[in-house]
Ligand binder design. Structure first.
Ligand SMILES: [Zn+2]
Length: 421
């Protein structure tokens, strides 16, 4: 991420600098901040007139004009209808440019979901692509899917490609550093896709992509400390601390899934024994089920969760064990980061009414002190990784620092509070 050291209040026009992250002011920083503020107000208030941008941001009309002209020239923003105003001349309304689109993919160990998203997060196309163990062949399949989407929407302007990965991506080299559940070590995914598609590719960790998507949707408005946990083949984590997404050295922060829980436990994909994810992932739930019902019907997590919905006692017992381990392991999160909100995303959330309370109870029982964080789930599960991958492209290409603005926007509306169901 280019620079997200600035905590600013985008919607109120008051620049609130977080002293923990303040850096020496330069005119370039000021320009970036103003541009971010303008883009965020357009995004949240669109369609919006220039005069209202000036009022909302507190910036001079001449500054607004210059920034808007630049955003239009770069195709981030489009002019729309003329609006009559109570006072003054009619003015042209500004919106994010729907014609600009981003290709995205959510890569999992067995399949990728490839999609086309516009700047407002709307999906224009979506397709599941089965993957194979060999990375080059898998990437070719992803590229074929992207090429057909590009051909079908040739009237659009393609800004780039965002890919959510089940692993950690080195922020400097954009190479996969760690992906225990995806055996693609040392393969240059970014380079291979860029060469074939001739578009810039941004790779992002799946949990960070989901967290960015939640910030993007406004769901974490006013929240400065949150942790998002992805529960699928493994367990991933993303951290919002003091209003910043924390990736830290080599982009490796948030790997709670590989914290050791039991040194005598099963071997994990990372090579160690007894990591949290071998007890609390979807893979763990399937293992519990196989132990309880050696000839059971469920062969994947979706079938297992469906059986729990049908009231299958063995399936419920297996997923209850997983949920219990998930809740207990959240002590790693609450004790180390003390977040206001913990968001869970992934397979288990489809049966949240049954298993959410188990996780909540275990997490509450293991608090060191104080009240437990609010526990919720991401609203659109699978889609949030895709939206997050698009947000990563938007953030890196526009210089737009989503997390900072949305996380720092001071107020928290009830409407946007994470749902407990
Ligand atoms: Zn591990």
């Amino acid at each position: 991420m280019k620079s997200n050291q600035h905590a600013t209040n985008g919607t109120r026009g008051i620049k609130r600098i977080d002293l923990a992250y303040v850096e020496l002011a330069s005119s370039e920083n000021a320009r970036d901040i103003n541009r971010d503020i303008v883009l965020e107000i357009i995004r949240s208030q669109q369609p919006v007139a220039r005069a209202d941008l000036a009022r909302s941001s507190g910036l001079q009309p001449s500054t607004i004009s210059a920034i808007v002209e630049q955003l239009i020239a770069e195709k981030w923003v489009a002019e729309g209808a003329m609006a009559r105003r109570p006072r003054g001349r009619p003015s042209t309304l500004l919106s994010l440019n729907d014609a600009m689109v981003i290709l995205v993919a959510d890569v999992r160990p067995n399949q990728a979901i490839v999609a086309l998203v516009d700047l407002n997060g709307r999906f224009l196309a979506r397709e599941a692509v089965p993957l194979v163990s060999e990375p080059a062949r898998s990437v070719t399949k992803i590229v074929h899917s992207m090429e057909s989407m590009r051909a079908a929407h040739s009237d659009r302007s393609f800004e780039g490609i965002g890919i959510s990965m089940p692993g950690r991506v080195d922020p400097e080299t954009q190479r996969l550093l760690l992906a225990p559940n995806l055996k693609w070590s040392d393969y240059d995914i970014k380079g291979a896709i860029e060469e074939q598609m001739q578009l810039q590719v941004e790779l992002a960790n799946a949990a960070n992509a989901c967290l960015l998507s939640e910030l993007w949707s406004g769901r974490l408005d006013g929240i400065r400390n949150a942790v998002l946990i992805t529960v699928s083949e493994g367990i991933g984590g993303a951290i919002l601390a003091n209003g910043q997404i924390i990736t830290s050295r080599s982009g490796l922060a948030g790997e709670f899934g590989h914290s050791p829980i039991d040194p005598t436990g099963p071997v994990c994909g990372c090579g160690q024994r007894g990591c949290w994810e071998v007890f609390a992932s979807s893979t763990a739930a399937l293992r519990y089920y196989a132990e309880l019902a050696p000839n059971g019907r469920a062969t994947n997590i979706h079938e297992l969760l469906r059986l729990t919905e049908e009231g299958d006692e063995t399936a419920i017992a297996a997923v209850t064990r997983q949920a219990t381990q998930l809740g207990r392991g959240l002590r790693l999160v609450t004790a180390s980061l003390s977040p206001e909100v913990v968001l869970i995303t992934g397979d288990l959330t489809t049966s949240w009414a049954r298993f959410g309370p188990i996780i909540q109870k275990e997490m509450a029982a293991t608090m060191l002190a104080g009240v437990p964080p609010e526990l919720g789930i991401t609203k659109d599960g699978e889609l949030s990784r895709l939206r997050g991958a698009a947000a990563v492209v938007l953030q890196r290409h526009s210089g737009y620092h989503t997390s900072t603005h949305l996380a720092a926007s001071g107020k928290r509306s009830r409407r946007n509070a994470p749902a407990s169901q």
